[in-house]
Design a protein. Structure first.
Length: 373
């Protein structure tokens, strides 16, 4: 009798234990799913307590990620620039992304090339220490003329500070002695151009086809994490009554995923803001055969992501800003990209990173054509 009772007790305990284990496993699967959604993984037995980052990312070679820009347009004054893809039918709209080709600057010409350019030079559009102010002012007039057919069209630029500040501007801002501090500008006033300076960061232009309002945003990685484009579309809705379905956007040239190596801290910043953050990052392997064969020769004490050897962590800023535009309500087909990597197309673009800080600046401009019905 006692043996029968003990056997039944053992079976009940075992059954209860199995049931509890099943419930625990089910709970852990739910937790694992939540961690996976956040790009994390729970520590298993045999390791320290807590959670850790999933280390495995998509892997690629730089050339697999490179997206080259289309052939630039050439204006009568020699300026070479890119138009937003698919925007040609909006005759009321001015827009353009400058290159480094077709200006008067010689401060950033490759060594030995300045003499080959004749009367022409390069199109530096930023007031940098290495270039003369009057040369940059002439370059800006050339770009404005190339885009609007009138060099006297007012151009409004900003003092960019890697923020998510967006300001509404008018023609009065074109003659301010000191530009306003912000990284986004918007207007519904015809006859002026908004300009964003870049030399690796992304320029993003947005236009409201129905209400005829426009905006330009400077989106480096810091501004992207701060959601400048998404917040900027929200400001357009508040200021102009813009509706997302009426908006079109163009993402211009910037440092591409092929060349934009960053540190773990950058991915952490993105993960703090976006559930899809890990989809924006890839491990990229150096394609230099010497470095691949003899990696020990290139070891450095730099932080991960800042060393010249792979694998390194790369971020896709163009995709990050495309996702923000989608989150802001724009249709996927309304978002265009020019392509072009500022770092690996040095013949076409200025790059602060690739030139180790010795670089001019490009301008991306947008405006409402004056006198158009």
């Amino acid at each position: 009798m006692f043996g029968v009772s003990l056997g039944r007790y053992n079976r009940d305990v075992k059954s209860k234990s199995t049931s509890q284990k099943t419930e625990t496993d089910a709970d852990l699967r739910v937790l694992d799913a939540l961690f996976a959604e956040a790009g994390l993984v729970r520590r298993r037995r045999g390791g320290p307590a807590g959670i850790t980052r999933q280390l495995r990312l998509e892997r690629a070679m730089p050339e697999e990620l490179a997206v080259r820009a289309a052939e630039p347009l050439t204006a009568q004054n020699g300026v070479r620039w890119l138009a937003a893809p698919g925007w040609g039918g909006m005759r009321w709209l001015w827009n353009g992304f400058s290159t480094r080709q077709g200006g008067r600057s010689r401060a950033y010409c490759p060594e030995g090339a300045a003499g080959e350019l004749g009367e022409f030079g390069e199109l530096n559009l930023g007031f940098t220490p290495a270039d003369a102010r009057e040369t940059v002012e002439e370059n800006r007039r050339l770009l404005v003329e190339a885009v609007t057919d009138a060099a006297e069209t007012p151009l409004v630029t900003l003092r960019q500070i890697h923020s998510n500040l967006v300001v509404r501007v008018s023609a009065a801002d074109a003659v301010r002695a000191v530009p306003r501090k912000a990284d986004g500008a918007m207007t519904d006033e015809p006859g002026i151009l908004l300009g964003i300076q870049t030399a690796d960061c992304l320029p993003v232009l947005v236009a409201d086809r129905k209400r005829r309002a426009v905006a330009a945003f400077h989106a480096g990685w810091r501004g992207t994490v701060k959601r400048i484009v998404e917040l900027g579309v929200g400001r357009m809705r508040m200021e102009f009554g813009s509706q997302p379905e009426d908006l079109v956007a163009a993402i211009g040239p910037g440092v591409g995923a092929c060349c934009y190596a960053v540190g773990e801290e950058v991915m952490t910043e993105f993960e703090s803001q976006f559930g899809y953050a890990r989809e924006l990052f890839q491990e990229v392997y150096d394609s230099d055969p010497v470095r691949t064969k003899y990696p020990m020769l290139f070891l450095t004490q730099r932080a991960p992501g800042h060393s010249p050897i792979g694998p390194s962590l790369h971020v896709d800023l163009a995709e990050a800003n495309r996702r923000q535009l989608l989150d802001a309500g724009l249709k996927a087909g309304a978002i265009k990209t020019t392509g072009g990597c500022t770092a690996c197309q040095p013949e076409l673009f200025f790059s602060h990173r690739a030139s180790q800080g010795h670089a001019g600046r490009m301008l991306s401009v947008i405006g409402i054509r004056a006198g158009r019905g």
